[in-house]
Design a protein around this ligand. Sequence first.
Ligand code: G3I
Length: 322
Amino acid sequence: PGLDVLAKRAGLLYFGTAIDNVVLNDTRYTSIAFNRSEFGQVTPANGQKWMYIEPERNVFNYTMANEIVIPSKKAGQIRRCHNFIWHNQLPDWLTSKNYTKAELTSILENHIKHEATYFKNDCYAWDVVNEALNDDGTWRQDIWSNTFGGPEYIALAFKFARKYVSRNTRLYYNDYNIETVNNKSLAVVAMVKDFQKRGVPIDGVGLQAHFTVGRSPTYDQVSASIAQFNKLGLETALTELDVRVALPDTPAQQADQAKIYADSVKACVDARDCVGVTVWDFWDPVSWVPSTFPGNGDADLLDANFTRKPAYYAVSDILRDD
Ligand code: G3I
């Protein structure tokens, strides 16, 4: 049985993968990516981001997103939609001009309104805001926080999202380096508590889980971080799991990598309200890692020949054990 079949047996809602547009013409890739037994959930790795969805102001283009959303619907997979707001992959029209707070508010609402309405019945969850924090727990300086004079745009984005997504769609805050109890994850906890006090809608926290062999959090650490959000009544998910190694890869590193994958998946399975795990692509050649961290790579479950690595078997085993 595939990973999603095993994940469901272990009590998760899904085991999923990110899919990028660059390899959609490779049938070896697509026959796995759109196989519901392997991946019951899909995240478009790029196609739903602002620069592709609204390349010119108030001009919307769903082509790239649909290249993934449509076949995944045919395959019977669910989708985590990604994302409404991020500091990255914004269109030039938005970053090259100084908008006022009022203008940016209406730009934000208009963007969320169009994208949320277009994908109304297509998204199990939306990453409403992505990576708004620095690792020390302070707010990231970007076009949003600078124009709004702080993080209030985040609450606004969640309110707009609630207004336009379907009733069943879960609204997530998604970030990296929040997989342990640390300044950054504590800042997310504080944000959620503040939202709950003020009636700002939020349903979940996505822990990205971009890990590195040799310095990854342990099972206990990941479990403890997940628990702080479950305790607030939110669901959680590992939304972008991958485990990079320093190249060249070795059997010892592959074994370490396998353990980190398995421990991470187990932390989600064992948690009270962790709904699923998404790998940030499953095939080494399309991983985002080598271009961002030169000298690192081989972060995924399948190697260049589509051969299952020890990590694949470790995930499969941990799901079977449960
Ligand atoms: O769209 C152009 C295309 O026109 C051009 O031909 C091609 C040539 O290289 O580049 C394309 O843009 C690339 C884009 O992905 C689409 O493939 C960008 O150069 C590249 O930088 C971009 O990388 C994406 C990255 O986010 C941007 O920061 C990765 O694929 C994507 O996996 C990655 O995903 C992020 C999550 O959204 C948030 N969390 C971290 C995660 C990993 O960085």
